[in-house]
Design a binder for this molecule. Structure first.
Ligand SMILES: CC(C)(COP(=O)(O)OP(=O)(O)OC[C@H]1O[C@@H](n2cnc3c(N)ncnc32)[C@H](O)[C@@H]1OP(=O)(O)O)[C@@H](O)C(=O)NCCC(=O)NCCS
Length: 137
């Protein structure tokens, strides 16, 4: 967690009350100039089963429900460039190191190809929650 979590929207994917996936969403101007999706993660036990793909599909849909058809920026781990590319994100600049891990910025335009992100993957039933600010924040 960091201080940015208190003004992010948190998308949680659960099954039988257990959180299997999460991501955080930012309004345009709150983290980057564009809307943003970050902290994309699925539970280690369910990886490789399509949950991450469904999480990203739901995250993009949630951004578009809240803020309309807006461009979305991510800071992606470099090894996932093809994954995010399948949702219409395109590289925006050179790789950089964050915590010693290669990353790159990727940008998804407000109107990417209509097939972007399509999948038949199972859904972990994500839901949106927003954390309450701590006292004094
Ligand atoms: C990245 C992550 C969210 C993927 O979740 P998942 O539940 O395994 O996702 P899926 O089963 O839907 O697979 C989605 C895609 O991830 C990509 N992917 C997953 N692991 C990968 C790996 N080791 N190398 C390359 N691509 C990989 C593949 O493109 C895969 O798509 P495909 O199998 O349909 O071609 C998950 O591995 C994770 O939480 N990793 C740790 C946190 C992290 O690195 N988050 C990303 C921050 S940018």
């Amino acid at each position: 967690m960091d201080n940015q979590d208190f003004h992010a929207f948190h998308l949680l994917g659960t099954a039988d009350g257990i959180v299997l996936a999460c991501a955080r969403l930012f309004a345009p101007g709150d983290y980057y100039e564009q809307a943003a999706i970050g902290r994309v993660v699925t539970a280690a036990a369910c990886r490789g089963q399509g949950v991450g793909r469904e999480l990203m599909r739901q995250a993009i849909a949630a951004v578009e429900r809240r803020w309309g058809l807006v461009p979305i920026r991510i800071g992606a781990q470099a090894y996932l460039e093809a994954f995010y590319g399948s949702f219409g994100f395109v590289r925006d600049g050179d790789n950089y190191l964050e915590d010693g891990i290669p990353h790159l910025h990727m940008l998804r335009s407000a109107s990417p190809p209509s097939s972007a992100g399509s999948s038949s993957a199972a859904s972990p039933s994500p839901s949106l929650v927003t954390p309450s600010p701590r006292p004094g924040e």
